[in-house]
Design a protein around this ligand. Structure first.
Ligand code: GUN
Length: 294
């Protein structure tokens, strides 16, 4: 069994990006600039965005954090996005999800200019991804592909079962694993809350990618011997004995499933850190594209 060590790989990627930034500086070029918009004060979102901004500093990027109150109207947010679209100093930006309920998420994501959409959530970029065109691939799926690639996990001809059809993880992952090439060339089943016989389908999987958000949903008896297990779940479970008042757990019953798996991602330290590294990679790409346009 091999642990897919997202913490280590993400540090390698950050070091590679930092080296690129050093080269840019040495050539007197502008460094990449990422902006993040956070609306409201959701605890998990605050943590994620804080971590994204800190990672920018670590690799030498410029970063801007824009915090807006929970009562922000859709129009106010759309105005802010327009400002960011037009600000030539900013190469890419993200709007952290989820958004407060008075705001239509789809409308907001469509307002982000596709050239600055480093999350890859705009329909133009999502469509390009589905058509094998060069684009920004959403950071979490991109991070999973990178882990698979760097560890040389075989995907060709394998049966990949994706659990969860979210626009951020499950849906793009199902498209990417079926694309031509490596990682890809996999036969994909996308399962969700309305899937019948989900346990039977999972038992046939060579690769399981779980993005459900249900702690310890995936048990050892549900998976095939030597299956590859990718755990995208990050759930905060309340626990008074912990300093923060909660602990983080994934969708997978890790201690038991790891005995059967050929490769497995831990939580924390698996897919999570990869997401941030790939956001930085997309921002570097956005800077390079921006430079070649201007
Ligand atoms: N919320 C959870 N994951 C993500 C992500 O990858 N990007 C953004 N913008 N919001 C998220």
């Amino acid at each position: 069994m091999t642990v897919l060590d997202g913490k280590k790989v993400s540090n390698d990627i950050k070091a590679e990006i930092a080296a690129e930034v050093e080269k840019m500086k040495a050539n007197g070029e502008k460094v990449p600039h990422l902006a993040a918009v956070l609306v409201g004060n959701d605890g998990a979102s605050l943590t994620y965005v804080g971590s994204k901004v800190r990672s920018c500093k670590r690799v030498g990027f410029e970063s801007t954090l824009i915090q807006m109150p929970n009562t922000t109207s859709e129009l106010e947010l759309l105005k802010k996005i327009e400002e960011l679209n037009e600000n030539d100093d900013i190469d890419g930006f993200i709007v952290q999800l989820p958004l407060p309920k008075q705001i239509d998420t789809q409308k907001v994501l469509m307002a982000v200019h596709p050239d600055k959409d480093v999350d890859g959530f705009h329909p133009t970029n999502f469509g390009k991804m589905a058509l094998d065109m060069s684009t920004f691939i959403p950071a979490t799926p991109f991070g999973i592909l990178e882990l698979i690639e760097r560890y040389g996990v075989e995907t060709q001809g394998k049966h990949t079962v994706v659990i969860g059809r979210s626009h951020i993880v499950g849906r793009p992952m199902s498209i990417l694993m079926g694309r031509k090439g490596f990682p890809g060339n996999s036969t994909v089943t996308l399962t969700h809350s309305r899937t019948k016989n989900i346990t039977q389908i999972i038992s046939q999987a060579d690769i399981v990618i779980s993005a459900l958000g249900k702690p310890k949903f995936l048990k050892a008896e549900m998976v095939k011997d030597d299956a590859v297990i990718i755990d995208v779940g990050i759930t905060r479970v309340p626990d008074e004995t912990k300093e923060k008042g909660y602990y983080i757990t994934g969708d997978v019953d890790y201690e038991n499933v790891k005995k059967k798996a050929s490769y497995i991602t831990p939580v924390p330290g698996g897919v999570g850190p990869m997401t941030i590294a790939m956001l930085l990679k997309n921002t570097l790409l956005a800077r390079e594209r921006h430079r070649s346009r201007s």
